[in-house]
Ligand binder design. Structure first.
Ligand code: C2E
Ligand code: CA
Ligand code: CA
Length: 736
């Protein structure tokens, strides 16, 4: 359709509109009809046209002219219809349909206007034939469907963008109908599971579930709730087409999809998160350095083993507590890096000694603990201990050093009798300490005597903490006598614990506990102060005895206290005692292991005027070379040598050697534990300067000392004290 000569006027156009008698008025219809049809033809808002069979436009109504983009009144007749198609193919298509069917219905095509713009038209036409059946013309109705088209276009676009949105979401999105069947899924689902959309749509979620792990009943409940408008979130296990399973997190929401009420599921693969959680859990239960289980996990396994043992009579488990020997030396001398590597090696050797159900854990530092499951008896456990000794024996080569790992082990055999896991562990630890004390690389099986001892010690520890504040610690004073003058020259302060139930406890029963628990610092300080206060009181009360000295024992643990010098100075100042009246007794062992700071402490004390006596001389190391390194003022000969002087000539010889050693160093000798006249005479003969012992006086309460003073402080008085103790009922004078 088109118009030919746009130069025709409107009236000429109208006259030419019906040249072949098409208008009814012209072939003899009722006058006026022609007018009506013309008005219809011209006023109708759809396009009307007629063409010759070969496509020349005969008639075109104004509406169509407008559609075609020509000004009002321009006649289109004479134009070739095929020139208006934007796509010439369309015309051929139209032609073919028309030739085949005789009608063309709702033929949609694009028309290009003279200004180049394009409109969408819909054409319905028929062929009009003469009596012979020959086509005379074609006539048709044309509508402008551009608006409609645009709407459809917009809809299509909408759908396309919805689809691309749907598919571009990285989460898997599923649309379920009310029965739970898949209506649609996005591309992420296809990628996640390896199925095609066709395989999935129409199926139920069970198709994508690891049904061994997923409770489908529970999933149905979630689905029903979501459908009722209650959003759901849960985890489940998916199964891919290839059978692989993976964890995912799913949310369900009710929604509308193309007018239908549906449930939209959004799922995320949470394998990574699960892995991270798994890693965290692993870290919480394992030692970072060796990868072995940690204390927490071990205690859990031990508790399980104990429960099993309780259930099945006769089933046993064993715990091995293992502590490396001299590991600190490796760490301190070769550095933590080497120490760490050593621990890693040890860990792997230990693992190699165990069966799969057994557990080896690292408790930190160089402590490893092993749980042996299902052992038949103690022999099984000690066999493992020996296997471990064997496995640790070959040297470990680290950074060019050959290191020997050895371990001390404590073993506890556990059975059905219920005990808390902590107790079992503590027993194994106790046995390990015993093993360590007996030498390196040993093992020791726990027995109940160890436990009793430990309990006893624990009680003592608790009570000792309160002893000071409750005033249960007391000091006894044992006189020290000059062998040349027979006079008392001073006292050794000796600690006592007046225990409310156990009576008077001697130092060996509580000093070691105090040393182990750190209580030795406050206790030692208190004794020092008490001894100084006592000395000051005696100096004041018995001015003629102003030269009396006080000896106080120092524990090796006190010697390493950096505050010791200041604390001694403070005490002397507060009690008003002259530093030269104080002697501190130090054991040989404290000196032999001494380090630079200890030596410095001793020098500082000495510089203050305090004198230093070496206690228990001869019991320890007998290495004399180091003696001159220390600023000593006297050697105290241990009572074990003095005690055997009269029976054993070898001991007499030893005492003689010590005395002459002291003299060669230019210092005095003090004999301890003198119990007999013969010893006293022997010591005098060796020119030993001082003596102390039960023969002269036991450690005395302060009042007993004062009685002594009133009697005079010479040796004769001492002997009177002894007589009082052994004979005539004046026992109150001696140590109560
Ligand atoms: P030590 O320093 O060798 O003290 C001398 C010990 O010999 C004292 O025992 C004393 O009572 C005892 N003794 C004295 N004369 C005789 C005797 O003729 N025969 C016998 N068999 N023993 C005699 P004690 O009081 O039981 O003290 C034992 C150890 O406890 C002391 O040995 C000392 O090492 C330590 N100790 C005592 N008091 C303290 C203290 O206040 N602090 C520290 N750190 N240790 C102390
Ligand atoms: Ca002493
Ligand atoms: Ca001693």
């Amino acid at each position: 359709m088109s118009s030919d000569s746009p130069s025709d006027t409107g009236s000429a156009f109208q006259r030419r509109l019906w040249p072949h008698g098409f208008v009814p008025g012209e072939d003899g219809g009722v006058p006026g009809d022609a007018d009506r049809y013309r008005s219809f033809f011209e006023g109708v808002p759809v396009g009307l046209y007629r063409t010759t069979p070969d496509g020349v436009l005969l008639d075109v109504n104004p509406a169509l002219i407008r559609m075609m983009g020509y000004p009002e009144g321009i006649p289109a007749a004479g134009m070739r219809a095929d020139t208006v198609y934007a796509d010439p193919e369309d015309r051929l298509r139209w032609q073919r349909i028309m030739e085949r069917e005789g009608v063309v219905q709702d033929f949609e095509f694009r028309l290009r206007r003279p200004d180049g713009s394009v409109v969408w038209l819909r054409d319905s036409a028929r062929a009009v034939r003469d009596a012979m059946g020959k086509v005379v013309w074609y006539e048709g109705v044309v509508e402008d469907i551009s608006d409609e088209r645009r709407k459809v276009q917009a809809l299509r676009e909408g759908e396309r963008s919805y689809r691309s949105l749907f598919n571009s979401v990285t989460e898997a999105v599923y649309i379920h109908d009310r029965e739970g069947r898949f209506l649609n899924v996005n591309d992420a689902v296809l990628a996640m599971y390896g199925y095609t959309r066709e395989e999935i749509v129409g199926n139920t979620p069970a198709m994508l579930a690891d049904t061994e792990r997923v409770d489908m009943e529970a999933i149905c409940t979630h689905f029903r709730r979501a459908l009722a408008g209650e959003p759901q979130q849960f985890e489940w296990w998916g199964r891919r087409k290839n059978g692989e399973c993976f964890p995912k997190e799913v949310t369900l929401n009710r929604a509308f999809y193309f007018g239908e009420e549906v449930v939209i599921a959004v799922a995320r693969d949470v394998t990574e998160r699960k892995r991270a959680e798994e890693r965290l859990r692993h870290e919480a239960l394992h030692d970072a350095l060796t990868g072995l289980p940690n204390r927490f996990l071990f205690m859990d396994r031990l508790a399980q083993a104990m429960r099993r043992a309780q259930r099945h009579d006769g089933s046993c488990y064993a715990v091995l507590f293992l502590d490396l020997d001299r590991f600190k030396v490796v760490n301190d001398s070769l550095g933590h890096h080497v120490g760490d590597q050593m621990l890693v090696r040890v860990a792997s050797r230990l693992r190699g000694c165990l069966r799969p159900p057994d557990t080896v854990a690292r408790f930190g530092g160089d402590e490893f603990v092993i749980l042996l499951e299902h052992v038949a008896g103690l022999a099984d456990a000690t066999a493992v201990a020996r296997r471990i000794q064997g496995a640790l024996a070959p040297p470990v080569v680290l950074g060019g050093h050959e290191l020997i790992a050895s371990a001390s082990m404590g073993i506890v055999l556990g059975g059905g009798d219920a005990e808390a896991p902590e107790h079992v562990l503590r027993h194994a630890d106790m046995a390990m300490y015993r093993a360590k004390a007996s030498g390196l690389g040993r093992y020791q099986v726990f027995d109940h005597a160890m436990h009793e001892q430990a309990v006893h010690r624990l009680e003592l520890e608790i009570e000792l903490r309160r002893a000071l504040e409750r005033g249960e610690i007391a000091v006894r004073y044992q006189p020290i006598v000059s062998l040349s003058t027979g006079r008392v020259v001073g006292f050794e302060a000796l600690a006592r614990w007046n225990h409310p139930e156990r009576g008077c406890l001697l130092p060996q029963e509580f000093i070691p506990v105090a040393e182990d628990t750190g209580m030795i610092q406050p206790i030692g300080q208190w004794i020092l102060r008490e001894a100084c206060r006592q000395l000051r009181r005696w100096h004041d009360r018995f001015p003629e005895d102003r030269s009396l000295d006080m000896s106080v024992n120092l524990s090796p643990k006190q010697l390493v206290d950096p505050d010791l010098v200041a604390s001694v100075a403070r005490t002397l100042q507060e009690t008003g005692v002259d530093a030269t009246s104080l002697q501190l007794e130090i054991t040989e062992s404290a000196l032999i292991h001494s380090t630079e700071p200890v030596t410095a402490t001793l020098r500082q004390l000495r510089a203050m005027g305090v004198r230093l006596h070496m206690d228990d001389f001869g019991t320890g190391y007998s290495a004399l070379g180091y003696l001159h390194h220390f600023p000593l003022d006297a050697l105290k000969i241990d009572r074990s040598f003095v005690g055997r002087m009269d029976t054993d000539s070898k001991n007499s010889q030893l005492v003689r050697t010590v005395v002459s050693l002291a003299h060669s160093l230019g210092i005095a000798a003090i004999a301890e534990g003198v119990e007999t006249e013969a010893q006293l005479a022997g010591l005098r003969g060796l020119a030993c300067e001082y003596a102390q012992g039960f023969l002269l006086a036991e450690p005395l309460a302060p009042e007993a000392v004062e009685t002594l003073f009133r009697a005079g402080t010479d040796g004769a008085a001492m002997l009177r004290v002894v007589a009082a103790r052994t004979g005539d009922g004046h026992q109150t004078v001696a140590d109560p």
